[in-house]
Design a binder for this molecule. Sequence first.
Ligand code: HEC
Length: 402
Amino acid sequence: MTPLLLLHEWSDLLIRWVHVIAGIAWIGSSFYFIHLDLSLIKRDHLPQGVSGEAWQVHGGGFYHMQKYVVAPDRMPKELTWFKWEAYMTFLTGFAMLVVHYYANADLYLIDRTVLALEPWQAISISIGVMVLGWAFYDTLCKSKLGNNDVALAAVGFVFLVAMAYGLTHVFSGRGAFVQLGAVIGTIMVANVAMNIIPNQRKTVAALIAGQAPNPAYGKTAKSRSLHNNYLTLPVIFMMISNHYPLAFGSKYNWVIATLTLIIGGVIRHFYNERHAHRASPWWTWIVAAIAFIGIILLSGVGTLWASAAATPAAPVTFAQVEQIVVSRCSMCHAQEPVWEGLAVAPKGVALDTPQSIKAHATQIYLQAVATNSMPPGGNLTEISVDERQVLAAWFDQGAKAQ
Ligand code: HEC
């Protein structure tokens, strides 16, 4: 192990660690504030400028929250801003995109069978889509449409579905999912950096100058933060999906992405209604369950029940399987991979001994039979359809190592 590799592996883990922590802090505080905001109750005795109050109990004490619609008469000395959670999530997320998806674009981002891109092209598209995605969304919000929540949500949804379709037809399934998550995540962070925080600054500045701040600042900031709220759950799905080839590996992956947008949206709606002391819309769980069953079925189209329906394949010997794995997988999946750019077995999956091939039988099946996720990059090592069928038959016949 060279010191450089040691450093690389640990900086990789460190970035991911901080990314997840920052993400938890960001999502946690924004869920909290949306909940708080919705649960505020208007009462008669409230001080001037206060639109509602809420009582909460946590950690052994009672909290009495009051929301000043614009700002109090007097600026408090200590004012807590919430922005670094969002910025850190973006910075670390982008760093991971660079370290994994850009540094090894041919393995992670590109699928030659989808579109034969050069790494620089794939990277440019990736960055371009993030910038344009935000520009389009922001323009939409600022247009006339922005005054109509339902119309805006409908157009936004169609835009994201089109994005999912487009990305899955440009990148590998895995790359497309992470990219879609990155586009939505960028919109969410940009909402904080370009809209919510600047509007709050203007409000504070007006107050310090002794002027009445424009309530529109608070209103747009609030609506952007509600958009973020509805987008959170799908983004998390996209980010964790890359270890589940069934999620991104089928040809209906863009429909799966669409269904996660619906699931995430209706579940947030359930909580938002409930937290606002309105009747809980239980139908949302039925919609979410149906959509999730839809996802499961779509991920298995073509492979589900296929092995039961097929005429029993001739018994497969382990020697056949070993030969396929050695010639199609082991250049990367070995203790010491010979594939350039790989220093250790990817994800610790070394497929260079009969025992390890047998031990990884289910994963081999999921990656190389149920989906075409491996070999990556759009079948870089050119495994044939027949060879995939041999692996399938071996798996169906009990995945024996002899
Ligand atoms: C060109 C190099 C390369 C080849 C060839 C290759 N893989 Fe992989 N494989 C990778 C990389 C890189 C990863 C790690 C992906 C990640 O970081 O999530 C991986 C991950 C995996 C995983 C673990 C997935 C996870 O997320 O836990 C399995 C299982 C796997 N490959 C099976 C195979 C099989 C089976 C073959 C042959 C049919 C194969 N791979 C061929 C590069 C390769």
